[in-house]
Design a protein around this ligand. Structure first.
Ligand SMILES: Cc1cc2nc3c(=O)[nH]c(=O)nc-3n(C[C@H](O)[C@H](O)[C@H](O)COP(=O)(O)O)c2cc1C
Length: 195
């Protein structure tokens, strides 16, 4: 059975670089062959900051989400694995990504998440450290290896990273994600996650 990989573009900023990284990753993921790939761009999603009264964990399927969030919710629900593409804003990840996470709960549970980050000198690593922390709270399984693109403004050209090893590094992350996606899908099918 083919696992579904959902690539989430976390940046919604005007003039953002995120879609360049996201397109390249989607290309790598499709070439990898281990996944059905869907790209979700948070810029296309209605993401209010004001949440409903009940937490999504308790409200379950009845959680009252806006109509413009339905495609995101369906994508997260159907995913067997996630690849989150994030920039670094003030040593963390963008508010758009936090809103997308907080509007959901079970959709993340017992599923693997890998990260691709970009930024200045730290390559977005501060954002990823925070995301690992937050997603663990939702019972997601974060992958140790990730793709880091420091000083992306000097290290990408024509939609591609200049580093010749980047496709090899992407394959390593995708292989690990595929391994976890298989393992956790089988486990979820066998018994509901006790969390
Ligand atoms: C509000 C804001 C804060 C930023 N803070 C950081 C930072 O802490 N570290 C960093 O490496 N880059 C930082 N940057 C620069 C971003 O890495 C750069 O703008 C990048 O293009 C953001 O990704 P995006 O274009 O997809 O939105 C910041 C940019 C913005 C807009």
């Amino acid at each position: 059975m083919t696992n579904k990989l959902v690539i989430i573009l976390g940046s919604v900023r005007e003039g953002r670089f995120g879609p360049v990284v996201g397109s390249w990753l989607a290309e790598q993921a499709r070439a990898h062959g281990g996944f059905e790939v869907e790209v979700v761009d948070l810029a296309d999603v209605e993401l209010p900051l004001a949440l409903p009264a009940a937490p999504p964990k308790l409200a379950g399927a009845e959680y009252p989400r806006p109509a413009g969030m339905a495609a995101l919710t369906a994508a997260l629900e159907s995913a067997d694995a996630f690849l989150v593409v994030t920039p670094e804003y003030n040593h963390s990840y963008p508010a758009s990504l936090k809103a997308a996470i907080d509007w959901h709960f079970t959709q993340w549970t017992a599923k693997p998440v890998a990260f691709a980050s970009y930024g200045g000198l730290a390559g977005g690593r501060h954002a990823v450290l925070h995301l690992e922390n937050v997603l663990t709270e939702l019972h997601a399984v974060t992958i140790r290896d990730g793709l880091v693109f420091p000083n992306y403004f000097h290290t990408w050209q024509d939609g591609q990273p200049l580093d010749a090893d980047a496709p090899t590094r992407a394959k390593v992350v995708l292989d690990q994600l595929a391994w976890w996606a298989d393992a956790l899908r089988v486990a979820r099918e066998k018994a509901p996650y006790p969390g």
